[in-house]
Design a binder for this molecule. Structure first.
Ligand code: SF4
Ligand code: SF4
Length: 149
């Protein structure tokens, strides 16, 4: 099914078509970085240690259609489960922003028409990740980063 004009401004998350839902992703790749959650405080720290399927240049999943088979822990975000995941999602994530009732940022590819605009704006993880097979999980805390914003 096709996308309606400026659907992100008028259509609730729960009423979007699959194409519209998928198009909301800005391609930043930040949700594909491993996080460390402090068991006592619940605070979430972002690391530059990337899921093994993330391409550091394109910031895309290398096997998006079959990712759940290869990475069972990969979370498939839906309008129904977004509330339980919002606390760890990147501040600029379009799903989180719309769920919060906020607008898309001006650099979002839906607004610019250019998939590169997320990289040009310095929002994505392009060129800053290390693959998880190169770093032991016990060393992830050595790779904590600030979220690119
Ligand atoms: S953080 Fe949000 S916008 Fe960025 S890649 Fe993940 S799902 Fe897409
Ligand atoms: S499997 Fe793909 S979509 Fe899921 S976290 Fe890894 S790179 Fe991201």
């Amino acid at each position: 099914m096709s996308k309606r004009p400026r659907f992100w401004e008028t259509v609730p998350l729960t009423r979007m078509t699959e194409d519209e839902w998928e198009a909301l992703c800005d391609g930043c790749g930040k949700c594909c970085l491993n996080k460390i959650e402090d068991a006592d405080t619940g605070e979430v720290f972002l690391t530059r240690v990337a899921c093994r399927l993330l391409d550091d240049y394109s910031c895309q999943c290398g096997q998006y259609q079959i990712r759940k088979k290869l990475v069972p822990e990969c979370i498939r975000l839906t309008p129904e489960n977004i509330e339980s995941h919002a606390y760890w999602m990147p501040a600029t994530c379009a799903y989180r922003l719309l769920w919060q009732g906020r607008p898309l940022p001006g650099w979002h590819p839906l607004l610019t028409g250019d998939p590169e605009s997320v990289h040009a704006a310095g929002i994505s993880v392009r060129g800053m990740t290390v693959p998880e097979f190169e770093v032991d999980e016990e060393d992830w805390e050595d790779h904590i980063i600030e979220e690119p914003n």
